[in-house]
Design a protein around this ligand. Structure first.
Ligand code: ADE
Length: 227
């Protein structure tokens, strides 16, 4: 899978892609991530990418020209399944969406700044708008990193069986049950006996019960969605 990230701060991604699962996916060629500096496409001699909002004093807006030129160049080189804009007024980003995105071949992630991007970019180029939560970040970069991480870890071969994505929170509509590891007793605090019993059926029932309990107390909205 190929992900092209369009940003005015490409350096913000460097550390994130050089560690852990993203690094492994990139080095195994299961994911290719290309960073593009929007400023490189500005025809302005000062490499300007923003300008005043027409009609009201809302603040600065990202200009159409550099972003349109960059998207058109990329689209002339290959087909893209989605051109995604990260924005707080996008649709809520959820596991179901990332499951689908992880099956695609080429996607573009566009990171906004200031008061957003010229609306004509949204009308003519953007196919999907995603928000990672009801709060405003200073730019789309952290949101693009979140979306990239959640997609890439689902690509077949990226995670080993022992960390299978199928048992993640949200995959079955429930939060994950609690987990424990050695030692079985720490300062007198014991791991639930059932987990040490070896009785797989009972353990499965206990895990499901705990997952439902946790979901009911923390995210009752998820249980309503399942009904
Ligand atoms: N850009 C700024 N805030 C954002 C958010 N919550 N989600 C996605 N992109 C954003």
């Amino acid at each position: 899978m190929r992900i092209d990230i369009l940003t005015i701060f490409p350096q913000m991604f460097e550390g994130i892609f050089q560690h852990s699962i993203l690094k492994r996916a990139i080095s195994k060629d299961l994911a290719s991530i290309f960073l593009h500096d929007i400023r490189d496409y500005s025809t302005n001699k000062h490499r300007r990418v923003d300008d005043y909002a027409f009609g009201h004093g809302a603040g600065m807006v990202m200009m159409i020209q550099p972003i349109a030129d960059l998207i058109e160049k990329l689209k002339s080189e290959r087909n893209y399944d989605e051109v995604i804009y990260l924005t707080p007024d996008g649709i809520p980003f959820k596991q179901k969406i990332t499951n689908r995105l992880s099956t695609l071949t080429n996607i573009i992630l566009l990171c906004g700044h200031y008061k957003g991007i010229d609306e004509r970019l949204r009308e003519h180029f953007i196919t999907m708008e995603l928000s990672i939560g009801d709060y405003v970040l200073s730019g789309g970069e952290l949101a693009a990193a979140v979306v990239t991480d959640s997609i890439v870890r689902l690509i077949p071969g990226v995670l080993g069986d022992e960390t299978s994505a199928l048992s993640d929170s949200f995959q079955d509509g429930l939060l994950s049950p609690p987990v424990y590891t050695r030692p079985a007793v720490y300062k007198g605090w014991e791991v639930p006996r059932i987990l040490l019993s070896g009785d797989e059926k009972k353990i499965d029932e206990w895990l499901t019960e705990k997952a439902i309990e946790r979901t009911r107390s923390r995210r009752p909205d998820l249980l309503e969605e399942m009904e």
